[in-house]
Design a protein around this ligand. Structure first.
Ligand SMILES: [Cu+2]
Length: 166
């Protein structure tokens, strides 16, 4: 029985090494598991308007959840969905956005968008808005930075002018 103790500590040591290796491999996996963010653009504001909307398309090789958004244009960004209800366009705030692996997720006019409240300054065509998006996959969180140009909806072929504000 006296031999059991060193045996046990040897086991727990190898377990410790194993968990270190797992840790290292999961860190490598998350670094490679970035979400591709395309077609990001922000709608310009008109005089007196202090809310804005940003659109973009997410594409991920694995299931991820968008859990947090920060921006240099405002301290208040929400994920919104839009849908027609009894002929009225309704917007709903989502706590997070689940993105399925291999399925492009479009935040486009008439659908999902990032809503910017209490803008620090007007959004002018030709300028940019920076976003820091935080995604979660399993227990890992990672951040991605994007720079979205401010352009008028006409430039993007968007003919939907029915973006209703709260
Ligand atoms: Cu909205």
């Amino acid at each position: 029985m006296t031999n059991l103790l060193p045996m046990f500590s040897l086991l727990s040591l190898s377990r410790f090494v194993l968990s270190l290796m797992l840790l290292a491999s999961s860190a490598a996996a998350s670094a490679a598991a970035g979400v591709s963010i395309e077609n990001a653009w922000v709608r310009p504001t008109v005089a007196g308007q202090d809310v804005g909307a940003a659109h973009m398309t997410f594409n991920s090789k694995q299931d991820v959840t968008l859990i947090r958004i920060a921006s240099d244009a405002t301290n208040s960004v929400e994920i919104h969905s839009m849908s027609m209800q009894n002929g009225v366009m309704k917007m709903r705030m989502l706590e997070n956005l689940a993105i399925k692996a291999g399925k492009p997720y479009k935040l486009e006019p008439g659908g999902f968008h990032l809503m910017l409240f209490d803008l620090k300054k007007p959004l002018t065509v030709g300028q940019h808005v920076n976003f820091e998006l935080t995604f979660r996959t399993g227990n890992t969180e990672f951040k991605q930075l994007i720079k979205a140009p401010i352009k008028s909806p006409v430039d993007t072929g968007d003919h939907d002018h029915s973006h209703h504000h709260h």
